[in-house]
Design a protein around this ligand. Structure first.
Ligand SMILES: NC(=O)c1ccc[n+]([C@@H]2O[C@H](COP(=O)([O-])OP(=O)(O)OC[C@H]3O[C@@H](n4cnc5c(N)ncnc54)[C@H](O)[C@@H]3O)[C@@H](O)[C@H]2O)c1
Length: 247
């Protein structure tokens, strides 16, 4: 058990999730890092937090994780639904199993974790915060990642639904929509000079974002500084969504 408020971050072994964990630890949370990757354990130790292996596409595993956290540390007051996968493929031949796999992590997993976290928050009167990792692909689309784009649009709407359902309990639910952020997910673009140039030509700030720049916005949304913000998706994209074209 801990006196600190508890923050659970999914997909926290690396990249944006790990940056969220860092930012929330800086803000005084006991951070619980969960991931399918073993390396999450060492990262959690670095932050004086706790690490758990959990597959966020597995409903029973998510529920068991919350049961364990509540037993070993206490109730979660900030949840960051960050775990996500892309699985590119041609639209005309896109594999349905891949579609279900992506939706299972990126959308169903977010719903299950949000529902489970909120059940305890409501039962214990915790005025918590939930932040979902959406994407600019909730608003604009890339044809090579059909399931990913659909899932992130779903996350934007799920964020609104959860915010409305939980508002009477003073539980705030928001999302962050990153643009091109320099993590393993962007490795394919980074490795291809033409793709990188194209992505940056669509980024007014002219550079990829850093994971910390997402973690800091997530920490803001979890904090009392965002006490009147709920149901929103904040796009952290270097200006991408504002761009029509330049001459
Ligand atoms: N990097 C970007 O440009 C970018 C842009 C928009 C949105 N996002 C979103 O940000 C989030 C984090 O992405 P990232 O860039 O840090 O990618 P990443 O691939 O570096 O990290 C994703 C993490 O999620 C974990 N994960 C994957 N499937 C999981 C599962 N079933 N259960 C638990 N953990 C799982 C991975 O092991 C990994 O540690 C994702 O939701 C992604 O869609 C990223």
């Amino acid at each position: 058990m801990t006196d600190k408020p508890i923050a659970l971050i999914s997909g926290a072994a690396q990249g944006i999730g790990l940056a969220c964990a860092n930012a929330l630890a800086d803000d005084g949370y006991k951070v619980i890092l969960a991931d399918i990757k073993e390396t999450v354990m060492a990262e959690a130790e670095q932050l004086d937090g706790a690490g758990y292996i959990c597959d966020f596409s597995d409903v029973d595993a998510i529920k068991a994780l919350f049961d364990m956290i509540e037993r070993e540390h206490g109730p979660v007051s900030a949840l960051v639904n960050n775990a996500g996968i892309a699985m590119p493929g041609d639209f005309l031949s896109y594999d349905l199993d891949a579609f279900d796999t992506v939706l299972g992590v990126n959308l169903r997993g977010v719903f299950v974790a949000t529902q489970r976290a909120a059940q305890t928050m409501v039962a214990k009167g915790i005025e918590g915060a939930i932040v979902n990792m959406s994407s600019i692909n909730a608003q604009v689309a890339i044809p090579a990642i059909p399931a990913y784009c659909a899932s992130k649009g779903g996350v934007m709407q799920l964020t609104k639904v959860a915010a409305l359902a939980l508002a009477k309990n003073n539980i705030r639910v928001n999302a962050v929509g990153p643009g091109s952020i320099d993590t393993e997910m962007m490795a394919g673009v980074n490795a291809n000079p033409d793709a990188f140039k194209t992505a940056m030509s669509r980024t007014p700030l002219g550079r990829p974002g850093g994971a910390k720049e997402i973690g800091d916005v997530v920490a803001f949304l979890c904090s009392s500084k965002a006490s009147y913000v709920t149901g929103e998706t904040i796009y952290v994209d270097g200006g991408r969504l504002g761009l029509n074209y330049t001459c």
